[in-house]
Ligand binder design. Structure first.
Ligand code: FES
Length: 98
């Protein structure tokens, strides 16, 4: 379980994750937002289908790839949330479903 070390900032934005609107802290990365909301896994592996989740949070491991605003395979740990952002978890081979 992921938790903050400090209280979240007062400002929030609304993003949409897999069709569900959620309120998250402004300034968080997409990966931090989905971890905070416990929306795991963020993807499943291409071959075995095993559940995956953000790991390094600094752009190295690629475990956090998600579809963000219609663009597949974005590293969610490197993208800050913004109002109205649309995010989809990727399952298996990314095929561009939006
Ligand atoms: S969490 Fe490792 S690249 Fe995003």
């Amino acid at each position: 379980m992921y938790r903050r070390l400090q209280p979240p900032p007062a400002e929030t934005v609304t993003i949409n994750v897999d069709g569900q609107d959620v309120s998250v802290a402004a300034g968080d990365s997409v990966a931090a937002a989905v971890l905070t909301l416990d929306l795991l896994p963020t993807r499943t592996s291409h071959i075995s289908g095993t559940p995956r989740a953000p790991l390094c949070m600094m752009g190295v491991c690629f475990e956090c790839v998600m579809e963000i605003d219609g663009v597949l395979n974005r590293q969610a740990c490197l993208v800050p949330v913004r109002e109205g952002m649309r995010i989809r978890r990727q399952h298996g081979v990314a095929t561009g479903t939006s």
